[in-house]
Structures are given as C-alpha cells and as structure tokens.
Design a protein around this ligand. Structure first.
Ligand code: ADP
Ligand code: MG
Ligand code: ZN
Length: 617
C-alpha cells in the first residue's frame, strides 16, 4: 500500500498549493472596507457616493475620493435578499434626487462568481472524491492482478553476467560433484554435439547434503560455467494458500524454461514438495502431491534434447518420494559432504581472499579447529572475525579474531557481564577440569584444545576438544570414552563438593542421548546384540514430525533402558576412578583455571606432564 499513500500525499500537497495560489491572488491589493447599510445611507445623503454595483445581495460602493488606480470599490456591504436596493434606500430616507445622482448597476451574479461558487463548492470536492476513488481502485486492481498471477511460477532468473557469475572456481572441494556436473555443463554449452551422437543427457540432477554444504552455490556455478540462464525457485514457493496453485506454477516454470533453453531450472529444498506421497496426516499434503505430480509430468514430458536441465537440492533425501528418483527424472544424484580438513582450508582461502587478513595467518590451524563446520559455517566464521576486528577498530583481521569467532560460532557469544560468584567459579573450574582430565587420560578421547571458565552462550564454562583427524566412522571404544568425558564434569562436582549443580544437566542429556544411540542405532550393546530398535519414519501430524515408530516389545524397551543405564553408570565409574587417582592433576587444573580463566592446549599439556604423585594438596 505504499504507493497509494504516496499518491495521496502528493495529491493533498498539490491541492494545498493550488489553494495557496488562489488565496494570494485574491488577497493582493487592499480589501474594500466592510460597512453597514446606515453608513452607506449617510454617505449617500452627504453626496459622497458615485456609484453602486449590485451583484445579487452584494453591494460594491464607489466613493468620490476613491483611488482610481485601484480597480476595487472603496467599500462593500450586503443587503437583505429579495428587497430591491432603491426601495431599501428610500425606506432609509434617501430622497429620489439623491438616488438619481448615484449610478446603480445591477449585475447578474457574475459568470465568474457563478463559476467559482459552483465549481469550488460542489464540483471540486466531487472531483477530489473521484480522484481518490480512482487511486484506490487502481491500487486494488494492482493487488487483483497480483492475485490473478498466482499461477505464475515466481521463479527468479539469476543473472549469470560478469560480476555475479559464480563458477566452479568459487566452489571449494566437492571434486566428485563437480566432475559429475561437468557433463551437464558440456551439454548445456553445446547440446547439438550430444544430440548428433544420439546421447541422452540426464535431465535431472539431485544435489543431496546437509545444510550449508554449498548445494545452492554449486547449482549456480553450473549455470555460470555453462553461461546459461538460471531459474531459481524454492520448493516451498510452489505451495500457496490455494489448491492447484503449485501445479500451475510448475507448468509456468517449465514453459518459461523451455522458451529460454538452454537453461537450468533450480528447485531448492525440493523436499518441501517432494516428500513421499501419502505420508502425513491431514493438512497440506494434497496440494503437495498435486505439485509433485506436476513436476513428474513435466520432467517426463519434455524432450531431453531441448537443453533444459533441472537441478534440485535437498538435505533430506531420505524423505523424498521414490518416484522422483526414477530413471528419466532425478536419476543423477550428487552427494555433497561436509568438507574435510583440506576442503575446509580451500573454502577458508576462497572466503579470505577479499578480506584484509593478517599476512602470516595459518588458515590450516583454523581448518584444524573446525571439524564439522560446513562451508556456510566457515563463511560465517570469517564474517564474524571481520566484525570482531571492526569492533576493535582494527584494519586487518588477526588470528585471535578468527579463533574467538570459532568459539562464538560453536558455543555462542562470550558473556563477560555474567559474573560468577566465588563458589560458582570454583564449581565450574572443577567441572571443566573434570572433563579435561578424563579426556586427557583416556586413549580414545579427543585431545583438549582449550579449557575456559568464561561463560559463553548458556554454558558457565567449556572444554574444547577436537578430533585429531576428520572421521566418518567411529568405533565403540571412542563412544565409551566420550561418555566418560561427558560425565567427567558431573563426577568431579560430586566428588569434590559432595553436591551437584544444574550446570551438569546439559552434559547428562547429551550422554543419555549418545548412550541410547549406541544401543538402538549402532547395535553396540553386547547384551542386546546386533540389531536396531525403532524405525525412523516420516509422519507429519499437526505440523510436528514424529520420527520413531516402535518395532520392539515392551519387554525389550525395559532392557534398552537397562542397557543405557549400564553404559552411563560404567562411564561414571571410569570418570570417578580417573578423578580419584589423579586428584593432584585435577586440583592443578582447577587452580590454574581460577587464576587465569582459560588454559590453552600447550599449557594444558605441560600441566599434565608434571608429576603430581608426591604433591598431594
Ligand atoms: P546449501 O544450499 O547447501 O544449504 P549454500 O550453497 O547456500 O548451501 O551455501 C551457503 C554459503 O556457504 C555459500 O554462499 C558460500 O558462501 C558458502 N559455501 C558453502 N560451501 C562452499 C564451498 N564448497 N566453497 C565455497 N563456499 C562455500
Ligand atoms: Mg541452499
Ligand atoms: Zn560439562
């Protein structure tokens, strides 16, 4: 509604301007003096009056000594309507002779006055109203035509011109993905070459991978490499309030694309429409099904030779309808993994290129410290670092900016204002010390990189542990040690202070979840054997996803609980044993933390090398 209000403001302003001009016009020159009838009669009797102009009931009086340069009467007055002027004057005692000396001109209410009176008093408001109506109606029509365009796809054509153009160079890592897509690029560049050989190029490519792994980026890069138009639409945009809109949009999108061939259609987040049909209770699945069917029909329908390639992206390939993955549709599937350390380094290098970064910075160290970060996380990390540098009024980004930002991205911002009491600080120091010490003593636990009792996000303190290398698989022994490390904080509080704080709650929740996964997902419990419990299923009920369906008995459920308890108990025992035997080390860590608040890896390792056997505190 913005343009409407703008129009009205403009309109009112111009009306004000016009009135202003008119009023200054009529104001120019001195106004005739208003006098009463009796004054007029007196003046007539004295013989001062030369002439009177009568217009309706208005009398304009010209006096003898009038300034002739002004084209205005000297005075004016009004009479009662209906009574002729001469009769009135006679009634006031003006003699016939005196009357004859005055030139009386009776005018029709002048045409000018008529014009102004009628126009200003009646036509102008009408015109005003009319204009306002016109503006409003025009707006409504605008909205209406928008309503009528529901069926249009609303796909955005992304420019592949110079500056915004993204190519494979801008996508770090993902070598296999790029290789797969290179074929499509070749085809888009020169469809004829392939057609002449009778080769069929897959028309659908599905990019799968967790959020932020660069799916959208890669799809744009394909368009950029091939230098063809790129139509971008998100799966959720197909689905509107009205049933049937999604299907209409799909039709429109494909017809638009065919006109622009060779080109790329990119359907982002296709799981929004491409979920398995029939899954889900109530709600919008009818509309989704129609939309999905239309996508399938369009994909089957178009000639593979015209040079339209459909790329879709999803981070939930498990929920997609199998019909989408059939040959002839999205039969080429490209997996985008989270980057490994070398890929992380490349991504960092790409995003560091246009930022002023300290020259001797070791991006590899950053890559080492960021396992599990996606490309988007890394881009965000460097951005946070730049913001931090700016807030410290520096012109370049230092290593400390980046390192601090890693922790910020992982754990939330530092909370300097969150001051712990002396007691809380001690508990936190022993809690984090417990995690760190257990991690240090267990062979399969990740090494400790940093311990801190400065609160961040929701945690009072934190222990940063990082794996030595990126791993895709984990062994049972690692999980068991991890559980003990998770419980290290809890056990330390219990053993040292004889009491437990709420600070351990989050650790316990994580430990319980991990233990449950060991038992139900990975078959890592020796008592229950190699099977999984519970089937992940996609059901949408009242907007909530329900994941688990039970495929085991009530008795089994009890056993699972027992197993989980056993694992956690065992982990607590392990932690307790370590903390008891190495109490000297634990005290040393806590003491150092209370003094310095943070311990970096080198210092921690030095601290652990010392011999505490004889130094009981
Ligand atoms: P997705 O679509 O998989 O969720 P995006 O393609 O939107 O992820 O990635 C988000 C951002 O992360 C990109 O704009 C880019 O800045 C960065 N990014 C992700 N992966 C990479 C990569 N492999 N190389 C360079 N930048 C990347
Ligand atoms: Mg995306
Ligand atoms: Zn903890």
């Amino acid at each position: 509604m913005k343009p409407l209000s703008k129009n009205i403001i403009f309109f009112v302003l111009s009306i004000l301007l016009i009135t202003a001009i008119f009023s200054t016009y009529t104001l120019s020159g001195e106004k005739p003096k208003d006098v009463g009838i009796s004054t007029l009669v007196e003046q007539i009797k004295k013989g001062d009056v030369v002439s009177i102009d009568v217009t309706g009931n208005d009398l304009e009086i010209h006096l003898k000594n009038e300034d002739q340069t002004k084209k205005q009467p000297s005075e004016k007055t009004r009479k009662e309507s209906g009574e002729p002027l001469s009769e009135l004057l006679t009634r006031y005692g003006v003699s016939t002779e005196q009357l004859q000396l005055i030139q009386i001109t009776v005018r029709d209410e002048s045409r000018q006055a008529f014009f102004f009176n009628i126009l200003l008093s009646s036509l102008l408001p009408l015109a005003l109203l009319g204009l306002i109506f016109w503006f409003v109606i025009r707006q409504l029509q605008g909205a209406n035509s928008k309503a009528m365009s529901f069926g249009q796809s609303g796909a955005r054509e992304v420019s592949t011109k110079d500056k915004d153009r993204v190519t494979f160079k801008d996508v770090a890592g993902a070598i296999e993905a790029k290789e797969e897509l290179m074929e499509e690029v070749e085809f888009l560049k020169n469809p004829k070459k392939f057609v002449d050989l009778g080769a069929k190029i897959p028309k659908g490519v599905l990019l799968m991978g967790s959020p932020g792994t660069g799916k959208t980026l890669l799809a744009r890069a394909v368009a950029g490499e091939a230098n063809v138009p790129f139509f971008h639409i998100s799966g959720s945009e197909f689905v509107e309030m009205f049933v049937g809109v999604g299907a209409a949009r799909v039709r429109d999108l494909f017809s638009k694309a065919k006109k622009n061939a060779p080109c790329i259609i990119f359907i982002d987040e296709i799981d929004a429409v491409g979920r398995q049909r029939g899954a889900g209770l109530g709600g919008s699945h009818d509309e989704r099904e129609q939309t999905l069917n239309q996508i399938l029909v369009e994909m089957d329908g178009f000639d593979p030779h015209i040079g339209v390639i459909v790329i879709a992206a999803t981070n939930r390939p498990d929920v997609l309808d199998p019909a989408l993955l059939r040959p002839g549709r999205f039969d080429r599937q490209v997996v985008m993994d989270l980057p490994d350390i070398n890929e992380r380094l490349e991504i960092l290098a790409i995003h560091a290129k246009n930022k002023p970064i300290e020259s001797n910075i070791e991006l590899r160290r950053v890559a080492e410290r960021t396992p599990g970060f996606s490309g988007a996380d890394l881009a965000n990390l460097l951005n946070e670092a730049a913001i931090r540098a700016a807030r410290h009024d520096r012109k370049i980004i230092l290593m400390e900016d980046i390192l601090d930002s890693i922790e910020k991205v992982l754990l939330g911002p530092e909370r300097k204002s969150h001051i712990l009491s002396k007691q809380e600080r001690e508990v936190t120091a022993y809690h984090e010390g417990g995690h760190a010490l257990v991690a240090n003593q267990l062979p399969h636990a990740d090494p400790v990189h940093k311990i801190s009792i400065i609160s961040r996000g929701r945690a009072a303190g934190y222990t940063l542990k990082l794996p030595v290398e990126d791993k895709k698989m984990h062994a049972r022994a690692e999980f068991i040690d991890d559980l003990a490390v998770m419980l290290g904080g809890f056990v330390a509080e219990r053993e040292v202070f004889g009491d437990i704080t709420t600070g351990a709650g989050d650790d316990l929740r994580k430990a319980t979840r991990l233990a449950r996964q060991l038992v139900t997902r990975y078959g890592m419990s020796s008592n229950l054997g190699p099977r999984t419990f519970g089937e992940r299923e996609e059901m949408i009920f009242l907007g909530r996803e329900i994941h688990e369906s039970r495929d085991y008995s009530e008795k089994m459920a009890e056993k699972i609980d027992e197993e989980i308890n056993g694992l956690i108990q065992q982990a607590a025992e392990t932690a307790k044993k370590i903390l008891f035997e190495e109490r000297g080390r634990l005290d040393a860590i806590a003491r150092t933390l209370l003094k310095k608040e943070t311990i970096e890896r080198e210092e921690f390792e030095a601290l652990m090398k010392e011999d505490y056997a004889n130094k009981k505190t």
